[in-house]
Design a binder for this molecule. Structure first.
Ligand code: ADP
Length: 603
């Protein structure tokens, strides 16, 4: 670039100088030429006046007219400008030499147009000035004999003019050469002054294009180039700041997208993948993420029926709820993004998959729970309605039958009250609205009290309810006594309920170190074990045993008056204390329920 510009400057200066010198030379040489011819013409016309010609004509009357005319012309030689380059000749009418300023042998007269004209007898003055020579021919006619005439012929070989022109030409040539040298030197300084800053700017621009913004250019002058350098520095600063800003924003955005819990995929305007965040990569298989186009995503997520909604023509986003993929539920949003906000160049699509599995499951279990509650409350209500309608429809029915129906009403009402009470307890536990009254008390004494309360019922069932005391020196527990009593009653009542008459129920108490047990933190716990030799729980029911309203055999349990809420309440109360309840059971062999309670409950 530098060389090219320097070459251009040299070329411009040289062309300028050559042009000037050519024009000046042409005008100068042209002027010299016309000056000499004009001067020649002026000199001749000043000498060859009427009087002078009469004098020459008169000379023709003499015998020695050539001599006389030669003398006359010699007398005028200074005015005629006769010298070594300019001669005069006296020629006869045929152009033959008679006399002249030089001898015949040196005359070398050429038949110029003027001379030919004069030989033709043209009596008028003729003259012609050529390029290589100038001449002047005068026909002098004898006043006595018009047929006798001579030609006075003056010729100039232009040597002086040529010499002067050549001198001027050589001066111009020298000036041209000097001009060319000056042009080269000037171009060097000019290119240094103009090109060096441009060269620095070019270097800096190359560095800028490679992302190097560190150096700034030195401003050497306050002229246009200085202003350009200053403006360039400012532009580089602005560019650096803007690029920093953009890269900061981009980093922020990438960090947000990277750590987003939602799966985010950006597609270009042709639906090809541009960016897939780690959550999306984890969601879709590795072989899919490489070629996950927009169409493929729609296909994988099985959105065929809604493909037409994704044209995103007028609406800028489309939201699809409860899309099930890989056993998870997603809210999928498709949006458009633009590259240039002001001109709105369509950039592509963004797909965001928000995992709503948890809330979806929660919603589902809530709906199921409401359905179960409605069913559980509906059954006793139907019983009550049926019994009362039967009584109303048969006013004359016997009293014992009527009492049977009334007992049914009372028992179903009790069952409903029981369910509502248990639901209220669970609802308080769910909403953390239970009033906890923690205190220190002896668990052994509480177990003894429970056994006493339930002993009458056990006796009725001919069951053996025994508390096997292992250790007398156990410390007190810090917990809510009333709630622990409720847990105990629920568990022991279950053991009695699901153990045949004459069966055995054993209760033991220990303080034990728990380590690596599922659903329990490592530490010291009171362990109350309630073992029975009843009907046991089938293996497939064990994982569901703590679910609300879950009963192993609904028909069997309804006979026993159960609600399916007792174990759920017991375990949630134990967990609220920082403990838990674990059940192991074998059908027809019996069930072992272990209640774990920490020494110091924290609510
Ligand atoms: P329910 O009010 O029906 O007793 P629970 O939540 O207390 O409800 O118990 C849930 C189910 O677990 C019962 O319906 C019963 O089938 C089973 N179950 C609980 N404890 C025992 C046990 N000791 N022996 C056998 N089955 C039991």
């Amino acid at each position: 670039m530098y060389r090219k510009l320097q070459f251009k400057i040299v070329l411009i200066l040289v062309s300028f100088i050559v042009c000037i010198m050519t024009v000046v030379g042409t005008i100068l040489i042209g002027n010299i030429f016309s000056y000499y011819t004009d001067d020649f013409t002026r000199q001749q016309s000043e000498v060859f006046t009427e009087d002078f010609l009469h004098e020459l004509e008169k000379s023709l009357t003499y015998e020695n007219y050539p001599e006389r005319i030669k003398n006359t012309l010699s007398a005028y030689s200074a005015r005629l400008g006769i010298d070594e380059n300019r001669n005069f000749f006296l020629l006869d009418a045929n152009g033959n030499y008679l006399s002249g300023s030089v001898a015949k042998e040196d005359s070398n007269i050429k038949k110029t147009q003027n001379l030919v004209h004069a030989i033709a007898g043209n009596t008028s003055h003729v003259q012609k000035v050529g390029n290589s020579s100038m001449d002047w021919a005068e026909v002098v006619v004898s006043p006595k004999d018009p047929s006798f005439s001579v030609i006075v012929y003056i010729t100039d070989n232009n040597a002086e003019m040529k010499e002067f022109s050549w001198m001027v030409f050589s001066i111009i040539l020298q000036s041209l050469l000097i001009g060319l040298v000056v042009a080269v030197i000037l171009s060097f300084f000019l290119s240094k002054a103009i090109v060096s800053p441009i060269q620095s700017i070019t270097k800096k621009a190359t560095k800028l294009s490679k992302g190097d913004f560190d150096e700034s250019l030195t401003v050497y002058s306050d002229d246009e180039i200085g202003t350009l350098t200053h403006t360039f520095n400012k532009m580089a600063d602005t560019l650096k700041n803007n690029l920093n800003e953009i890269s900061n924003q981009r980093e922020k955005l990438e960090t947000i997208i990277h750590y987003l819990k939602d799966a985010v995929i950006a597609f270009d305007n042709e639906g090809m993948p541009m960016h897939i965040n780690p959550e999306a990569k984890a969601l879709f298989k590795d072989d899919v993420t490489g070629t996950l186009t927009l169409d493929k995503l729609i296909e994988i997520l099985d959105l065929d029926c809604r493909t037409e909604d994704l044209t995103l023509g007028e609406n800028d986003s489309v939201n699809l709820t409860n899309v099930i993929f890989e056993n998870r539920v997603f809210d999928v949003s498709f949006g458009k993004f633009n590259f240039n906000l002001s001109e709105k160049t369509f950039g592509g699509y963004i797909a965001v998959l928000h995992d709503v599995t948890e809330s979806f499951e929660l919603d589902k279990s809530r709906r199921e729970f409401i359905a179960t509650v409605s069913h559980e409350l509906g059954t006793p209500l139907t019983g009550i309605k049926g019994a009362t309608e039967t009584i109303v429809a048969n006013p004359d029915m016997p009293n014992d039958v009527k009492n049977h129906f009334l007992d049914m009403v009372i028992s179903e009402s009790d069952r409903m009250t029981h369910i509502v009470h248990d639901l209220l307890v669970l609802s308080r536990l769910d909403n953390h609205r239970v009033n906890w009254n923690p205190s220190s008390f002896s668990i052994a004494e509480l177990i003894e009290k429970c056994c006493l309360v339930l002993s009458a019922e056990a006796k009725n069932n001919s069951q053996e309810l025994t508390y096997v005391k292992n250790d007398d020196s156990l410390p007190d527990v810090f917990a809510d006594k009333e709630k622990i009593e409720q847990i105990l009653i629920n568990i022991v009542q279950n053991a009695m309920k699901y153990t045949q008459d004459g069966g055995k129920i054993f209760i033991t108490l220990d303080l034990t170190n728990v380590q690596g047990k599922a659903d329990l933190k490592d530490g010291k716990y009171f362990k109350i074990s309630v073992a029975d030799n009843g009907q046991g729980i089938p293996e497939e029911d064990l994982p569901h045993i703590f679910e609300r309203f879950y009963r192993v055999e609904k028909a069997r349990n309804s006979d026993k008056g159960g609600t399916g809420l007792g174990l759920a309440i017991a375990r949630e109360l134990a967990q609220a204390h920082g403990g838990n309840i674990l059940i192991t059971s074998k059908v027809k062999k019996g069930t072992l329920v272990d209640i774990y309670l920490p020494e110091q409950a924290k609510f």
